[in-house]
Write a protein that binds this ligand. Structure first.
Ligand code: GLV
Ligand code: MN
Ligand code: MN
Ligand code: MN
Length: 418
Protein backbone atom coordinates (compact mmCIF):
# COMPACT_ATOMS: atom_id res chain seq x y z
CA UNK A 1 0.00 0.00 0.00
CA UNK A 2 1.40 3.39 -0.98
CA UNK A 3 2.33 6.22 1.36
CA UNK A 4 -0.40 8.38 -0.07
CA UNK A 5 -3.21 6.31 1.47
CA UNK A 6 -4.21 7.29 4.98
CA UNK A 7 -3.74 3.83 6.54
CA UNK A 8 -6.08 4.56 9.43
CA UNK A 9 -8.82 5.43 6.94
CA UNK A 10 -8.46 2.13 5.13
CA UNK A 11 -8.49 0.24 8.43
CA UNK A 12 -11.54 2.15 9.63
CA UNK A 13 -13.73 0.86 6.78
CA UNK A 14 -15.43 -2.02 8.52
CA UNK A 15 -16.24 -4.88 6.15
CA UNK A 16 -18.39 -6.74 8.69
CA UNK A 17 -20.36 -3.65 9.73
CA UNK A 18 -21.14 -2.78 6.12
CA UNK A 19 -22.20 -6.37 5.36
CA UNK A 20 -24.37 -6.54 8.46
CA UNK A 21 -26.16 -3.33 7.44
CA UNK A 22 -26.69 -4.66 3.91
CA UNK A 23 -28.21 -7.86 5.31
CA UNK A 24 -30.48 -5.88 7.65
CA UNK A 25 -31.67 -3.84 4.66
CA UNK A 26 -32.17 -7.03 2.62
CA UNK A 27 -34.79 -8.19 5.14
CA UNK A 28 -36.99 -5.23 4.19
CA UNK A 29 -38.80 -6.56 1.15
CA UNK A 30 -37.11 -9.96 1.15
CA UNK A 31 -38.41 -12.36 -1.53
CA UNK A 32 -37.54 -16.02 -2.15
CA UNK A 33 -34.06 -16.80 -3.46
CA UNK A 34 -32.31 -14.02 -1.48
CA UNK A 35 -34.02 -11.31 -3.51
CA UNK A 36 -35.57 -7.98 -2.60
CA UNK A 37 -38.74 -6.24 -3.74
CA UNK A 38 -38.73 -2.77 -2.20
CA UNK A 39 -40.82 -0.41 -4.35
CA UNK A 40 -40.11 3.30 -4.14
CA UNK A 41 -42.31 5.36 -1.79
CA UNK A 42 -43.76 2.21 -0.22
CA UNK A 43 -43.99 1.44 3.52
CA UNK A 44 -40.96 -0.86 3.04
CA UNK A 45 -38.99 1.97 1.45
CA UNK A 46 -39.84 4.15 4.45
CA UNK A 47 -38.80 1.40 6.86
CA UNK A 48 -35.46 1.13 5.08
CA UNK A 49 -35.02 4.90 5.23
CA UNK A 50 -35.76 4.97 8.97
CA UNK A 51 -33.17 2.26 9.51
CA UNK A 52 -30.62 4.30 7.57
CA UNK A 53 -31.57 7.50 9.42
CA UNK A 54 -31.08 5.71 12.75
CA UNK A 55 -27.52 4.75 11.80
CA UNK A 56 -26.81 8.26 10.47
CA UNK A 57 -28.11 9.99 13.58
CA UNK A 58 -26.13 7.66 15.83
CA UNK A 59 -23.10 8.86 13.92
CA UNK A 60 -24.04 12.53 14.33
CA UNK A 61 -25.01 13.21 10.71
CA UNK A 62 -27.73 15.77 10.00
CA UNK A 63 -30.75 14.46 8.10
CA UNK A 64 -32.84 16.31 5.49
CA UNK A 65 -35.27 15.54 2.67
CA UNK A 66 -36.77 17.50 -0.19
CA UNK A 67 -40.06 17.68 -2.06
CA UNK A 68 -39.23 14.57 -4.14
CA UNK A 69 -38.30 12.59 -1.02
CA UNK A 70 -34.57 12.56 -1.79
CA UNK A 71 -32.83 11.89 1.53
CA UNK A 72 -29.56 13.59 2.58
CA UNK A 73 -27.21 12.74 5.48
CA UNK A 74 -24.67 15.46 6.14
CA UNK A 75 -21.18 15.16 7.56
CA UNK A 76 -20.13 18.71 8.38
CA UNK A 77 -16.91 20.14 6.99
CA UNK A 78 -14.54 22.52 8.71
CA UNK A 79 -15.87 25.06 6.20
CA UNK A 80 -19.66 24.61 6.31
CA UNK A 81 -20.06 27.17 3.51
CA UNK A 82 -17.97 25.12 1.06
CA UNK A 83 -19.80 23.21 -1.65
CA UNK A 84 -20.38 19.64 -0.40
CA UNK A 85 -19.09 16.49 -2.00
CA UNK A 86 -22.10 14.29 -2.67
CA UNK A 87 -22.14 10.48 -2.70
CA UNK A 88 -24.91 7.90 -2.70
CA UNK A 89 -27.32 5.95 -4.86
CA UNK A 90 -30.86 4.60 -4.37
CA UNK A 91 -32.77 2.36 -1.94
CA UNK A 92 -35.66 1.22 -4.12
CA UNK A 93 -35.29 -2.13 -5.92
CA UNK A 94 -36.49 -3.92 -9.01
CA UNK A 95 -39.72 -5.91 -8.43
CA UNK A 96 -37.66 -9.11 -8.61
CA UNK A 97 -34.41 -7.50 -7.57
CA UNK A 98 -31.28 -8.26 -5.61
CA UNK A 99 -29.75 -7.16 -2.31
CA UNK A 100 -27.06 -4.84 -3.67
CA UNK A 101 -28.31 -2.76 -6.63
CA UNK A 102 -28.56 0.78 -5.30
CA UNK A 103 -28.59 0.15 -1.57
CA UNK A 104 -24.90 -0.69 -1.48
CA UNK A 105 -24.03 2.75 -2.89
CA UNK A 106 -25.95 4.43 -0.07
CA UNK A 107 -24.47 2.20 2.65
CA UNK A 108 -20.99 2.56 1.15
CA UNK A 109 -21.40 6.33 1.45
CA UNK A 110 -22.40 5.95 5.09
CA UNK A 111 -19.54 3.55 5.83
CA UNK A 112 -17.02 5.81 4.09
CA UNK A 113 -18.17 8.83 6.09
CA UNK A 114 -18.13 6.80 9.30
CA UNK A 115 -14.58 5.65 8.52
CA UNK A 116 -13.44 9.20 7.83
CA UNK A 117 -14.88 10.32 11.16
CA UNK A 118 -13.56 7.36 13.14
CA UNK A 119 -10.12 7.84 11.64
CA UNK A 120 -10.24 11.40 12.94
CA UNK A 121 -9.78 12.88 9.46
CA UNK A 122 -11.49 16.25 9.19
CA UNK A 123 -12.57 17.41 5.75
CA UNK A 124 -12.82 21.04 4.70
CA UNK A 125 -15.89 20.40 2.60
CA UNK A 126 -19.06 18.81 3.93
CA UNK A 127 -19.79 15.33 2.60
CA UNK A 128 -23.42 14.38 2.04
CA UNK A 129 -24.77 10.87 1.51
CA UNK A 130 -27.88 10.86 -0.67
CA UNK A 131 -30.59 8.28 -1.32
CA UNK A 132 -32.33 9.34 -4.54
CA UNK A 133 -36.05 8.64 -4.93
CA UNK A 134 -37.19 6.09 -7.52
CA UNK A 135 -34.07 5.22 -9.49
CA UNK A 136 -35.39 1.90 -10.78
CA UNK A 137 -38.59 3.03 -12.43
CA UNK A 138 -40.16 -0.26 -11.36
CA UNK A 139 -43.24 1.06 -9.60
CA UNK A 140 -43.37 4.39 -11.43
CA UNK A 141 -41.76 4.92 -14.85
CA UNK A 142 -39.29 6.31 -15.62
CA UNK A 143 -36.41 5.77 -13.24
CA UNK A 144 -34.12 8.44 -11.79
CA UNK A 145 -37.01 10.76 -10.92
CA UNK A 146 -35.33 12.06 -7.75
CA UNK A 147 -32.04 12.95 -9.40
CA UNK A 148 -33.72 14.32 -12.55
CA UNK A 149 -35.84 16.71 -10.47
CA UNK A 150 -32.98 17.65 -8.15
CA UNK A 151 -30.63 18.51 -10.99
CA UNK A 152 -33.25 20.52 -12.87
CA UNK A 153 -33.26 18.03 -15.78
CA UNK A 154 -37.03 17.58 -15.29
CA UNK A 155 -39.75 19.53 -13.50
CA UNK A 156 -40.72 18.04 -10.14
CA UNK A 157 -44.39 17.74 -11.18
CA UNK A 158 -43.57 15.95 -14.46
CA UNK A 159 -44.79 12.57 -13.22
CA UNK A 160 -47.80 13.51 -11.07
CA UNK A 161 -50.24 11.56 -13.25
CA UNK A 162 -48.08 8.45 -13.76
CA UNK A 163 -49.82 5.50 -12.08
CA UNK A 164 -48.43 2.33 -10.53
CA UNK A 165 -49.86 -1.15 -11.31
CA UNK A 166 -52.55 -0.55 -8.67
CA UNK A 167 -53.61 2.72 -10.28
CA UNK A 168 -52.14 4.93 -7.53
CA UNK A 169 -50.83 8.18 -9.05
CA UNK A 170 -47.23 9.13 -8.32
CA UNK A 171 -48.40 12.41 -6.80
CA UNK A 172 -50.63 10.56 -4.30
CA UNK A 173 -47.83 8.17 -3.32
CA UNK A 174 -45.39 11.04 -2.95
CA UNK A 175 -47.79 13.13 -0.85
CA UNK A 176 -48.45 10.16 1.44
CA UNK A 177 -44.71 9.59 1.72
CA UNK A 178 -43.93 13.23 2.50
CA UNK A 179 -46.65 13.26 5.16
CA UNK A 180 -45.12 10.15 6.76
CA UNK A 181 -41.76 11.96 6.86
CA UNK A 182 -43.11 15.35 7.92
CA UNK A 183 -40.93 15.16 11.03
CA UNK A 184 -37.75 15.39 8.90
CA UNK A 185 -36.26 18.78 7.96
CA UNK A 186 -37.21 19.67 4.39
CA UNK A 187 -34.94 21.50 1.93
CA UNK A 188 -35.56 23.00 -1.48
CA UNK A 189 -34.80 20.77 -4.47
CA UNK A 190 -31.31 21.29 -5.83
CA UNK A 191 -30.38 23.23 -2.71
CA UNK A 192 -26.77 23.55 -3.80
CA UNK A 193 -24.34 22.80 -6.60
CA UNK A 194 -22.08 19.99 -5.35
CA UNK A 195 -18.33 20.20 -5.62
CA UNK A 196 -18.35 16.63 -6.96
CA UNK A 197 -20.59 13.56 -7.07
CA UNK A 198 -19.38 9.94 -6.65
CA UNK A 199 -21.71 6.93 -6.82
CA UNK A 200 -20.68 3.41 -5.83
CA UNK A 201 -22.59 0.54 -7.46
CA UNK A 202 -22.22 -3.12 -8.34
CA UNK A 203 -21.15 -3.50 -11.96
CA UNK A 204 -24.27 -5.40 -13.09
CA UNK A 205 -22.19 -6.97 -15.86
CA UNK A 206 -19.36 -9.52 -16.18
CA UNK A 207 -16.27 -7.52 -17.13
CA UNK A 208 -14.63 -6.99 -13.73
CA UNK A 209 -15.16 -10.54 -12.54
CA UNK A 210 -14.00 -12.16 -15.77
CA UNK A 211 -10.93 -9.91 -15.86
CA UNK A 212 -9.98 -10.62 -12.24
CA UNK A 213 -10.30 -6.89 -11.48
CA UNK A 214 -11.36 -5.11 -8.28
CA UNK A 215 -12.67 -1.71 -9.29
CA UNK A 216 -14.46 -0.25 -12.29
CA UNK A 217 -13.51 3.37 -12.87
CA UNK A 218 -16.62 4.45 -14.73
CA UNK A 219 -15.93 6.83 -17.61
CA UNK A 220 -19.49 7.50 -18.78
CA UNK A 221 -23.01 6.12 -19.23
CA UNK A 222 -24.72 5.19 -22.47
CA UNK A 223 -27.94 6.95 -23.45
CA UNK A 224 -31.40 5.47 -22.87
CA UNK A 225 -34.89 6.02 -24.23
CA UNK A 226 -38.07 4.51 -22.83
CA UNK A 227 -41.37 4.33 -24.71
CA UNK A 228 -44.81 3.03 -23.83
CA UNK A 229 -46.78 1.60 -26.75
CA UNK A 230 -50.55 1.22 -26.37
CA UNK A 231 -52.47 -0.67 -29.02
CA UNK A 232 -56.21 -0.44 -29.30
CA UNK A 233 -58.41 -2.84 -31.24
CA UNK A 234 -61.76 -4.47 -30.57
CA UNK A 235 -62.75 -7.28 -28.27
CA UNK A 236 -64.58 -10.26 -29.79
CA UNK A 237 -65.49 -13.87 -29.19
CA UNK A 238 -62.60 -16.22 -30.02
CA UNK A 239 -64.87 -18.95 -31.37
CA UNK A 240 -67.18 -16.95 -33.62
CA UNK A 241 -65.34 -13.94 -35.07
CA UNK A 242 -63.63 -14.62 -38.42
CA UNK A 243 -59.94 -13.67 -38.47
CA UNK A 244 -60.61 -11.29 -41.35
CA UNK A 245 -63.01 -9.26 -39.22
CA UNK A 246 -60.89 -8.89 -36.10
CA UNK A 247 -59.01 -5.95 -34.67
CA UNK A 248 -56.77 -8.12 -32.53
CA UNK A 249 -54.49 -6.01 -30.35
CA UNK A 250 -52.19 -8.93 -29.53
CA UNK A 251 -51.58 -9.82 -33.18
CA UNK A 252 -50.76 -6.21 -34.03
CA UNK A 253 -48.50 -5.97 -30.99
CA UNK A 254 -46.57 -9.01 -32.25
CA UNK A 255 -46.26 -7.39 -35.70
CA UNK A 256 -45.04 -4.15 -34.13
CA UNK A 257 -42.40 -5.89 -32.01
CA UNK A 258 -41.22 -7.92 -35.01
CA UNK A 259 -40.83 -4.72 -37.04
CA UNK A 260 -38.96 -3.06 -34.15
CA UNK A 261 -36.57 -6.00 -33.97
CA UNK A 262 -35.70 -5.31 -37.61
CA UNK A 263 -35.24 -1.59 -36.93
CA UNK A 264 -32.96 -2.33 -33.99
CA UNK A 265 -30.64 -4.76 -35.78
CA UNK A 266 -27.00 -3.95 -35.05
CA UNK A 267 -24.21 -6.10 -36.49
CA UNK A 268 -21.78 -4.56 -33.97
CA UNK A 269 -24.02 -5.82 -31.11
CA UNK A 270 -23.67 -2.54 -29.22
CA UNK A 271 -27.30 -1.48 -29.35
CA UNK A 272 -29.63 -2.64 -26.56
CA UNK A 273 -33.33 -3.13 -27.29
CA UNK A 274 -35.68 -4.66 -24.72
CA UNK A 275 -39.40 -5.26 -24.54
CA UNK A 276 -39.55 -6.14 -20.85
CA UNK A 277 -43.19 -5.59 -20.01
CA UNK A 278 -46.25 -6.71 -21.95
CA UNK A 279 -49.86 -6.38 -20.86
CA UNK A 280 -52.96 -7.67 -22.61
CA UNK A 281 -56.59 -6.80 -21.87
CA UNK A 282 -58.89 -8.38 -20.92
CA UNK A 283 -56.28 -11.18 -20.73
CA UNK A 284 -58.65 -14.05 -21.35
CA UNK A 285 -57.78 -17.09 -23.43
CA UNK A 286 -61.02 -17.19 -25.40
CA UNK A 287 -61.46 -13.45 -25.99
CA UNK A 288 -59.80 -11.38 -28.73
CA UNK A 289 -57.86 -8.69 -26.88
CA UNK A 290 -59.00 -5.14 -27.48
CA UNK A 291 -55.97 -3.59 -25.83
CA UNK A 292 -52.28 -4.44 -25.55
CA UNK A 293 -49.46 -2.45 -24.06
CA UNK A 294 -45.71 -2.91 -24.12
CA UNK A 295 -42.60 -1.05 -23.06
CA UNK A 296 -39.49 -0.28 -25.08
CA UNK A 297 -36.10 0.20 -23.43
CA UNK A 298 -33.60 1.31 -26.07
CA UNK A 299 -29.96 2.19 -25.30
CA UNK A 300 -26.84 3.14 -27.20
CA UNK A 301 -23.60 4.98 -26.43
CA UNK A 302 -23.85 7.04 -29.65
CA UNK A 303 -26.21 10.00 -29.52
CA UNK A 304 -26.84 9.93 -33.30
CA UNK A 305 -28.01 6.32 -33.19
CA UNK A 306 -30.29 7.10 -30.25
CA UNK A 307 -31.76 10.06 -32.09
CA UNK A 308 -32.21 8.41 -35.49
CA UNK A 309 -33.55 5.02 -34.44
CA UNK A 310 -35.60 6.50 -31.62
CA UNK A 311 -37.24 8.90 -34.08
CA UNK A 312 -38.09 5.97 -36.35
CA UNK A 313 -39.90 3.97 -33.65
CA UNK A 314 -43.41 5.49 -33.97
CA UNK A 315 -43.46 5.20 -37.77
CA UNK A 316 -42.22 1.61 -37.73
CA UNK A 317 -44.97 0.68 -35.29
CA UNK A 318 -47.71 2.43 -37.27
CA UNK A 319 -46.59 0.76 -40.50
CA UNK A 320 -46.68 -2.68 -38.89
CA UNK A 321 -50.31 -2.50 -37.74
CA UNK A 322 -53.03 -4.17 -39.82
CA UNK A 323 -56.28 -3.30 -38.04
CA UNK A 324 -55.58 -1.52 -34.74
CA UNK A 325 -54.47 1.95 -33.67
CA UNK A 326 -51.34 2.64 -31.62
CA UNK A 327 -50.23 5.45 -29.37
CA UNK A 328 -46.50 5.76 -28.69
CA UNK A 329 -45.45 7.83 -25.67
CA UNK A 330 -41.86 8.61 -24.84
CA UNK A 331 -41.31 8.44 -21.08
CA UNK A 332 -37.56 8.85 -20.70
CA UNK A 333 -34.76 10.22 -22.83
CA UNK A 334 -31.27 10.58 -21.41
CA UNK A 335 -28.40 11.28 -23.78
CA UNK A 336 -25.09 9.46 -23.29
CA UNK A 337 -22.76 11.20 -20.83
CA UNK A 338 -19.02 11.23 -20.35
CA UNK A 339 -17.82 11.95 -16.85
CA UNK A 340 -15.48 14.90 -16.40
CA UNK A 341 -11.90 13.72 -15.57
CA UNK A 342 -11.78 14.73 -11.89
CA UNK A 343 -13.80 11.95 -10.26
CA UNK A 344 -12.57 9.04 -12.42
CA UNK A 345 -9.06 10.35 -11.72
CA UNK A 346 -9.62 10.37 -7.96
CA UNK A 347 -11.17 6.89 -8.07
CA UNK A 348 -8.35 5.44 -10.13
CA UNK A 349 -5.69 7.03 -7.90
CA UNK A 350 -7.40 5.65 -4.81
CA UNK A 351 -7.60 2.14 -6.29
CA UNK A 352 -3.97 2.09 -7.40
CA UNK A 353 -2.74 3.54 -4.11
CA UNK A 354 -4.50 0.67 -2.30
CA UNK A 355 -2.89 -1.94 -4.52
CA UNK A 356 -6.20 -2.75 -6.25
CA UNK A 357 -6.70 -3.52 -9.92
CA UNK A 358 -8.89 -0.92 -11.65
CA UNK A 359 -10.41 -0.88 -15.13
CA UNK A 360 -11.72 2.19 -16.92
CA UNK A 361 -15.12 1.26 -18.36
CA UNK A 362 -18.43 2.76 -19.45
CA UNK A 363 -21.75 1.86 -17.80
CA UNK A 364 -24.45 0.07 -19.76
CA UNK A 365 -26.97 0.62 -16.96
CA UNK A 366 -28.29 4.10 -16.29
CA UNK A 367 -27.66 5.69 -12.92
CA UNK A 368 -28.49 8.86 -11.00
CA UNK A 369 -24.89 9.96 -11.60
CA UNK A 370 -25.65 10.87 -15.22
CA UNK A 371 -27.99 13.65 -14.11
CA UNK A 372 -25.32 15.24 -11.90
CA UNK A 373 -22.90 15.71 -14.81
CA UNK A 374 -24.24 19.15 -15.80
CA UNK A 375 -23.87 20.32 -12.17
CA UNK A 376 -20.44 19.10 -11.10
CA UNK A 377 -17.59 16.69 -11.87
CA UNK A 378 -19.21 13.29 -11.42
CA UNK A 379 -18.29 9.64 -11.58
CA UNK A 380 -18.88 6.13 -10.35
CA UNK A 381 -17.10 3.20 -8.72
CA UNK A 382 -18.07 -0.30 -9.80
CA UNK A 383 -17.29 -3.53 -7.96
CA UNK A 384 -17.60 -7.02 -9.49
CA UNK A 385 -20.77 -9.05 -9.07
CA UNK A 386 -21.08 -12.81 -9.47
CA UNK A 387 -21.57 -13.93 -13.08
CA UNK A 388 -22.41 -10.32 -13.91
CA UNK A 389 -25.98 -10.93 -12.76
CA UNK A 390 -28.20 -8.08 -11.57
CA UNK A 391 -31.91 -7.19 -11.52
CA UNK A 392 -32.40 -10.70 -10.14
CA UNK A 393 -32.50 -12.24 -6.63
CA UNK A 394 -29.24 -14.12 -7.29
CA UNK A 395 -27.30 -10.84 -7.59
CA UNK A 396 -24.23 -11.16 -5.33
CA UNK A 397 -20.95 -9.50 -4.45
CA UNK A 398 -18.73 -10.72 -1.62
CA UNK A 399 -18.30 -8.72 1.59
CA UNK A 400 -14.65 -8.30 0.61
CA UNK A 401 -15.37 -7.00 -2.91
CA UNK A 402 -17.81 -4.48 -1.45
CA UNK A 403 -15.37 -3.39 1.27
CA UNK A 404 -12.69 -2.77 -1.38
CA UNK A 405 -15.13 -0.54 -3.23
CA UNK A 406 -15.97 1.34 -0.04
CA UNK A 407 -12.27 1.87 0.77
CA UNK A 408 -11.78 3.37 -2.67
CA UNK A 409 -14.85 5.53 -2.16
CA UNK A 410 -13.59 6.71 1.25
CA UNK A 411 -10.20 7.69 -0.15
CA UNK A 412 -11.73 9.42 -3.17
CA UNK A 413 -14.15 11.36 -0.93
CA UNK A 414 -11.30 12.39 1.35
CA UNK A 415 -9.36 13.74 -1.64
CA UNK A 416 -12.36 15.50 -3.19
CA UNK A 417 -13.47 17.03 0.14
CA UNK A 418 -10.01 18.22 1.16
C1 GLV B 1 -31.25 0.85 -14.12
O1 GLV B 1 -31.61 0.10 -13.24
C2 GLV B 1 -31.12 0.44 -15.48
O2 GLV B 1 -32.05 -0.21 -15.99
O3 GLV B 1 -30.09 0.69 -16.09
MN1 MN C 1 -29.07 0.74 -9.34
MN1 MN D 1 -31.24 -1.30 -11.07
MN1 MN E 1 -30.05 1.48 -12.22
Amino acid sequence: MSESVAPNLIAAVDEARQWDRLMQMAKLGAIPGDGVNRPCLSPLDREARRLLIGWAEALGLAVATDELGNLFLRHEGSDPEAAPVLTGSHMDSQPNGGRFDGIWGVLAGLEAVQAIREAGLATRRPIEVVAWTNEEGGRYAPGCMGSMAWSGFAKPDSWDAVVDPDGIPFRAALDEHLAAEADLPRRPLGAYRPHAYVEAHIEQGPRLESGGLDIGVVTGIQGSRWFLVEIEGKTDHAGTTPLSQRQDAVQDMVRAITALNRLMQDPADVLRFTVGKVEVFPNSSNTVADRARFTIDFRHPDKDVLLARGAAIPGVIQAALTSCRATVTERFFALPVEFQPEVPGAVERAALAQGLKPLRMPSGAFHDAQFLVPLCPSGMIFVPCRDGVSHHPSEYSTPEQLAKGTRVLAAALLELAA
